[in-house]
Design a protein around this ligand. Structure first.
Ligand code: NI
Length: 176
């Protein structure tokens, strides 16, 4: 196990498109995922994508913290991994959801995202997984998948008045 160094916005590694993982069951993939889990938990994040730790492969991890669960259809979820994921919008509905990013420390923003998505991919044990997600889970899947395409959440924003430092946002709330 090892803590990995997290790249911050401004590092070009975050703007590159990641490559598909040729063998999702390879031991090195599982080791990377385990190191990413340790790194995310140490940084108290809810998601982490391989490009954020300088690995240009299509892998991310995510969880739904208890306090971010939005209801019975978006329950708290322990950390999961997706390898070679596909995230597909379901329907046209968009929502604004509060986001942060371990590569943009200290900041928060309300970012427009698809309200419902379908996800497909390979899990940490090499099994094919799929399902639909709403709420926080739908958001974190879109946020992490964007990292694999070199997209950071400010690039999704349409209203920069909804962008601020976490302590100020917690104190004053996000403009609506
Ligand atoms: Ni992020």
């Amino acid at each position: 196990m090892a803590l990995l160094k997290i790249a911050r916005m401004g590092n070009p590694v975050l703007l590159a498109r990641a490559e598909a993982v040729p063998d999702p069951a390879a031991p090195g993939v599982r080791q990377l995922i385990d190191d990413m889990i340790e790194t995310m938990e140490d940084a108290r994040g809810a998601g982490l994508a391989a490009p954020q730790v300088h690995v240009g492969q299509r892998i991310f991890i995510y969880r739904v913290p208890e306090e971010r669960s939005t209801g019975a259809d978006d329950p708290p979820l322990p950390v999961q991994a997706l390898i070679n994921p596909q995230i597909i919008p379901v329907g046209d509905e968009m929502t604004l959801r509060l986001e942060g990013c371990l590569s943009i420390p200290g900041l928060r923003a309300a970012v427009p995202r698809h309200a419902r998505v379908r996800y497909e991919g390979i899990d940490r044990d090499g099994r094919a997984v799929s399902g639909e997600a709403v709420g926080f889970l739908a958001m974190v899947l879109q946020h992490e998948n964007d990292h694999l395409d070199g997209i950071l959440y400010p690039m999704r924003m349409t209203d920069l008045t909804r962008f601020g430092f976490e302590d100020e946002v917690m104190r004053y709330g996000m403009p609506t």
